[in-house]
Ligand binder design. Sequence first.
Ligand code: ADP
Ligand code: MG
Length: 257
Amino acid sequence: MAKIFCIANQKGGVGKTTTTVNLAAGLAQIGQRALVVDLDPQGNATMGSGIDKRTIETSVYDVLLGTAAVADARRRSPQGGYDLLPANRELAGAEIELVGLEHRNERLRRALAAVADDYDVVLIDCPPSLSLLTLNGLVAAHGVIVPMQCEYFALEGLSDLVNTIRQVHANLNRDLQVIGLLRVMFDPRITLQQQVSEQLKGHFGDKVFDTVIPRNVRLAEAPSYGQPGLVFDPASKGAQAYLAFAQEMVRRLAAAR
Ligand code: ADP
Ligand code: MG
């Protein structure tokens, strides 16, 4: 049975998609069967996995509306080593169309149940909002991974997300928990980042992952080649850090069993 994780943070540009595709590639490299669900109409995880969002015929949109099964819509990332449930701009419409449908919060969870035995881990790349799409992700998941930059306002934004997760836990999904906070785009030369990092550890303790993802330009270059950074430049500091993160995730999962 797959463990399902949302990569969520309602802020844009904080490294959700980079974390999703590189964690998936890292998990694949250490022998885990992984599925990425692109739940963002921008389709960045789709493009960054080497699948052209302009040419996909069946996507997560069809799955949410119930006109396709995950097994029909999923694709293999050509070089990532994992499967992908792709997204494109059509998904933006789902936000409105879902409102009138039955079980509108649970549609992703129900759809993923059919492929739970095909994977060890499912990673859901959430859009930068606390929307109905994100809600579908949170209802489907066992846990949330929160990538964040160690900046002053990062902590403020976090409380909205933590409140949402609490509410979903209380009302819709008793399984849901925060797995951990992942420090990304980290630059140790910046004193403020070190201070915020220490504050995070003080506040959240072992909910802060040991692995720290450095700011590394190779991770930012990789998507334009349709590859996770881990494939594009395996020796780069960013790739090495995401591989270490995949190993940390597997250790934590084993310890939780
Ligand atoms: P989100 O999905 O939260 O909007 P992205 O993963 O798309 O964020 O990241 C935002 C931008 O920052 C992208 O251009 C991405 O390539 C870049 N980026 C993400 N992580 C890193 C990193 N560790 N080092 C350098 N650039 C990064
Ligand atoms: Mg994104």
